[in-house]
Design a binder for this molecule. Structure first.
Ligand code: GAF
Length: 389
């Protein structure tokens, strides 16, 4: 559904349900060029906001504490009192909303009753961060509605806390950051330690970015995510026994890691090695982009996928299949899984005009092997969460 049609739909559902004119907030999904699983290691990432959104209609009601949220895509309701904001069932969309409300309440901010209707055109489970977009839309909406005076940085950090405390995923900051701070036609080089960032324009020449959705999301994704984070922390703990100045894997080199190799399980070693190498790849990608070297940028994407598949072990057969096909195709410079892993999309740098032929060439085998159709998306880089004019 186009964003315009989605906005009209959400607005009219709100009017029908509540009879008032709401504030409309749009919050984008994100891509990430390179730098996967580096964010919670204080490292670097290169994401951008994309023109697919959560659209959220929000208005105060005349109660002191009664709130309602309607998820238009799921046709599900959630009602609660501001005095009793607790997590809902594991896996429910409600936790993204309730988590944000709870974090705002924790800050001691005064809210009164409100109503929300939301929907989206970010495919769910696709690794395009519909969850961060939803959290940000609620944070932004409540901030505007109640004049809370939070900065974008405060809002994105609050959204991240909601994900930690209510959703139970110990995510880094990349997704909430990209969705909140996105800039038109740019990706953003973010230092996840300092949260300093700079916009980067990528001139792909005859090439463009294509996302291919595996249309799977394997159920171990959340628990495996937290496991990987724990493995990184175990690596840092061992590193610090020899190099106390190391605060996160971002500070470690391969030589540092080799010095403590015997103190940690092999799996932890390999996973930490991946993070150190991926963090270096982000810097190399920045150089390749500055030199308009698309071949080099693409090679880094393929190398990133290798690391995610073999060292970090967060890929899955569907993603590997798509990247393998990309490797064999001369129209493609680079391809890798994107986001947390275990499903979702691959990001591909492909010759303009070659996308349809590429996907047609693999569709039949993909459907035969995985009993699913892959979807493709082209995209534009866009600005971050905002109220709609
Ligand atoms: C998920 C997380 F939410 C991000 O913080 C990031 O770690 C990403 O996986 C992997 O790079 O999207």
């Amino acid at each position: 559904m186009t964003t315009e049609a989605l906005t009209t739909r959400i607005q009219s559902i709100f009017r029908e349900k509540h009879g008032t004119a709401p504030l409309m907030v749009q919050s984008p999904g994100r891509i990430n060029i390179i730098g996967e699983h580096t964010d919670y290691n204080d490292g670097f990432v290169l994401p951008g906001a994309i023109d697919r959104y959560i659209i959220c209609a929000i208005a105060k009601n005349d109660t002191t504490d009664q709130c309602s949220v309607y998820a238009a895509d799921m046709e599900e309701d959630c009602t609660f009192s501001l005095h009793d904001v607790k997590p809902s069932d594991k896996g429910s969309w409600k936790n993204y909303v309730l988590g944000v409300v709870a974090e705002i309440r924790k800050k001691g901010e005064q809210l009164s009753g409100f109503d929300i209707v939301f929907g989206g055109n970010i495919p769910k489970g696709s690794g395009l961060s519909s969850s961060a977009a939803l959290e940000n839309s609620i944070a932004f909406g409540l901030n505007s509605l109640f004049g809370l005076g939070m900065s974008r940085k405060e809002m994105m950090l609050l959204s991240q806390k909601a994900e930690h405390n209510f959703v139970g995923v110990q995510c880094g900051i990349m997704d909430q950051f990209a969705s909140m701070q996105g800039q038109e036609d740019h990706v953003l080089l973010l230092d996840c330690r300092t949260l300093d960032f700079r916009p980067v324009q990528i001139d792909l020449g005859d090439y463009e970015i294509l996302l291919i959705n595996t249309n799977v999301k394997h159920s171990l994704a959340d628990s495996a995510y937290n496991d990987r984070r724990n493995a990184c922390e175990a690596g840092v703990k061992a590193l610090r026994t020899v190099f106390p100045e190391i605060r996160a894997l971002r500070d470690a080199t391969e030589d540092h890691l080799d010095r403590i190799k015997n103190q940690i399980p092999e799996e932890v070693y390999t996973q930490c090695l991946y993070v150190i190498q991926e963090n270096n790849r982000v810097q190399q990608a920045i150089e390749a982009i500055a030199q308009h070297n698309i071949g080099q940028l693409g090679a880094l994407l393929f190398a990133s996928h290798n690391g995610l598949q073999r060292q970090y072990q967060v890929s899955c057969p569907e993603l590997d299949f798509l990247v393998e096909k990309a490797r064999e195709n001369p129209a493609i410079q680079g391809s890798r899984m994107m986001g947390g892993g275990f499903g979702g999309c691959t990001i591909n740098i492909i010759k303009k005009g070659a996308a349809e032929a590429f996907v047609d060439s693999l569709r039949e085998e993909y459907v035969r092997t995985f009993d699913k159709e892959p979807d493709t998306y082209s995209l534009a880089l866009t600005k971050g969460t905002d109220v709609q004019a």
